[in-house]
Design a protein around this ligand. Structure first.
Ligand SMILES: Nc1ncnc2c1ncn2[C@@H]1O[C@H](COP(=O)(O)OP(=O)(O)OP(=O)(O)O)[C@@H](O)[C@H]1O
Length: 628
């Protein structure tokens, strides 16, 4: 047996790191600013532990743009590096001083967190720079300032230089293709995206603010004059709400932070969840529940993912379960790796744990709100409903918890959980097979006559009108015992809730046979199946229904769910009430009069289903005028 060392040739690996490690060139700035923040945080840690006992001073990170010299500089006043440290941390790719530092100080109780992990970030500078200089003065009393220069090959120079203040300047000589990074607006855009909540002040350029005239001069009205004052522009908020303890925050703090995150949003969120976990993984964050209404797409994908206050992405679609992408807010976890691809994130076990934790938290919060103030919960329900449905369909654990708070609403505006509704209607809406039938309407205006007929019999009708209804019903039918759902217009009420209370038919079978061709002559035979039914006289003479099964198939097909080839045929039942006096009248009539009466009743049935359109509708209107 022979043991060996795998050799990595720097010349070969270097271009890969430079060009391909990061898909997005702009993140070089995130990397360099993160390093500068780390250098500042480390100094704080050393100072607290007594290892550094000089003045820490005003720690900040400055970004300096010099268009003429074509340079972009990231300056910090942190721990700095000696020549030896540069040799160790910079000249050795993938040796992270950050990781080493974290290991060394992991038991100290300082809160400063360190961003770096891999020891690669610095080299992302070469994606946009033809030459990079490091000018650094270390923290020790006798430290000599050093200058390191490399033009992106594996060669570098290092020499003594001059620098007065402790800390590091990283000077990027921007290459020709990357001229965009010499534009102020571009840099400010990147900083705003990635660095908005970094824990150390990040300064870029200046801004003008109005202040009271220090000389105290007054205007005509006797007020102290306001004068322009130019100050360094700090682009970040170093202590965003999610890094604080929930007990230290008021309701207003949460809403003002929401505005900070989404300056273009005018509506307040419904409520928030403050996440604060430190075992078995680290996670902080604030999730807001927006008013979703029907605008599912607009509200999606607004969660911002951070790692130690560094922005990573606002595309969390593949990181959290899809229904959670409807939430807004921030998730911050140092356990989510910064520099990796999306597909890696998905399979990362920490990421998985995080999303199941969030799911649980969200369900618990909804349950708690339900228990605490049901009235208020019901008022919020229209905004919560689709989220909860979505959650129940995509996550079994969520579905299990949601049973306790997921509400259904009746057409007269009362709310029930599914179990409560079952109790409510069990006595009246259970059929001969002991199934309790949940009648529902997808549109109480369009299906008004059916809803009314059901209400007249003392049945309660649910209003289920979300785009997910078809799938949600299926899920409920498997989880609720002995319950099945039926849309009010799927059949006659006697069939929908079949109690086997037979009403004798006035029309004999022979008479029905005689009448059938009259109706068949009026409607499209392939689409409408004529059936005679013995219903109460007070019900409509003719009802057009679409069997529940066929409609569900069609709906699922429209949502791309059912997996058939070709279109599912559109078929309806045309149910003729064999006890209705008008039907007897048609039987008694002859010739044109007979078919005209039949046509009129058929059109009325179609009309009440919203199916009478175009020419048929015009003909109906004209015929009705004639009748008057
Ligand atoms: N501005 C700086 N001040 C002091 N030390 C620095 C500075 N920039 C880089 N370093 C040192 O160089 C090391 C390597 O930096 P690099 O950005 O390549 O990796 P990292 O920050 O450790 O990890 P990551 O790849 O996750 O960014 C750092 O760990 C740190 O020790």
């Amino acid at each position: 047996m022979k043991k060996g060392h795998i050799n990595v040739e720097t010349e070969n690996i270097f271009p890969i790191i430079k060009k391909f490690l990061y898909s997005d060139h702009e993140i070089f700035l995130r990397e360099l600013v993160s390093n500068a923040v780390d250098a500042s945080q480390k100094l704080k840690v050393l100072s607290k532990s007594g290892e550094y006992n000089k003045e820490v001073g005003d720690l900040k990170v400055e970004i300096l743009l010099d268009k003429d010299a074509k340079t972009l500089t990231v300056r910090d006043y942190g721990i700095g590096m000696t020549a030896e440290e540069i040799d160790k941390y910079i000249n050795q790719i993938a040796f992270s001083g950050a990781e080493e530092f974290v290991q060394k100080y992991k038991d100290s109780d300082s809160k400063e967190s360190i961003i770096g992990h891999f020891g690669l970030g610095f080299y992302s500078a070469f994606m946009v720079a033809e030459k990079v200089e490091i000018i650094s003065l270390g923290r020790h009393d006798d430290a000599t300032p050093v200058k390191w220069v490399s033009n992106g090959t594996t060669e570098y120079t290092i020499e003594e230089t001059e620098k007065e203040k402790r800390g590091t300047d990283i000077i990027l000589h921007i290459n020709e293709e990357s001229a965009e990074f010499l534009e102020e607006a571009r840099i400010s855009g990147i900083l705003n995206k990635y660095c908005k909540f970094l824990p150390i002040p990040v300064i870029f350029g200046t801004r003008t603010e109005k202040i009271d005239d220090p000389k105290g001069e007054k205007d005509e009205e006797g007020n102290v004059k306001q004068i322009d004052n130019v100050v360094p522009d700090q682009i970040n908020n170093p202590s965003p709400a999610w890094t604080k303890m929930p007990a230290d925050l008021k309701k207003e703090d949460y809403s003002s932070f929401y505005r900070e995150l989404y300056p273009m949003t005018f509506e307040d969120p419904l409520f928030h969840i403050h996440l604060n976990v430190d075992y078995p993984f680290n996670l902080t964050g604030i999730l807001y529940f927006p008013k979703i209404k029907e605008n599912v797409e607009i509200q999606k994908n607004k969660i911002q993912l951070y790692s130690n206050q560094v922005f990573i992405t606002d595309n969390v679609e593949e990181i959290v379960p899809e229904f959670l992408t409807l939430l807004h807010g921030v998730i911050d976890s140092p356990d989510i790796p910064l520099n990796v691809s999306r597909s890696y994130l998905q399979s990362d076990s920490n990421v998985k744990k995080i999303s199941s934790h969030i799911t649980k938290k969200v369900a618990d919060k909804l349950k708690q709100m339900f228990n605490k103030d049901r009235e208020d919960f019901e008022a919020k329900w229209p905004d919560l409903k689709i989220f909860s449905e979505y959650g129940m369909l995509s996550d079994d654990k969520f579905a299990d918890k949601a049973k306790a708070f997921h509400l259904v609403e009746t057409t007269d505006g009362k709310f029930f959980t599914a179990e409560e509704f079952k109790e409510e209607v069990k006595a009246t809406q259970t059929d001969k097979d002991d199934k309790t039938i949940f009648l529902y309407t997808s549109n109480k205006e369009e299906q008004f006559s059916f809803v009314k007929a059901a209400n007249d019999r003392g049945y309660k009708v649910l209003e289920l009108k979300s785009p997910l209804t078809a799938h949600w019903i299926q899920k409920m039918e498997t989880s609720l015992e002995n319950v099945s759902f039926a849309r009010v217009d799927a059949d006659t009420l006697d069939k929908l809730i079949n109690k086997e209370e037979d009403i004798p038919s006035k029309l004999s079978e022979k008479e029905q046979e005689e009448l059938k061709p009259v109706f068949e002559g009026i409607v499209d035979k392939d689409k409408f199946k004529i059936q005679f039914e013995s219903m109460s006289e007070s019900e409509s003479p003719i009802v057009v229904t679409q069997p529940e099964f066929i409609r569900r198939m069609q709906e699922q097909q429209q949502m791309g769910g059912a997996g058939f080839m070709g279109a599912f045929p559109e078929t309806y039942n045309m149910i003729v009430n064999s006890n209705h006096p008008k039907i007897s009248a048609i039987l008694a009539a002859k010739g044109d009069e007979q078919s005209e009466k039949a046509k009129q009743l058929t059109d009325l049935a179609m009309l009440s289903q919203g199916m009478l359109k175009g020419e048929a509708l015009t003909n109906f209107v004209n015929r009705s005028i004639e009748l008057v």
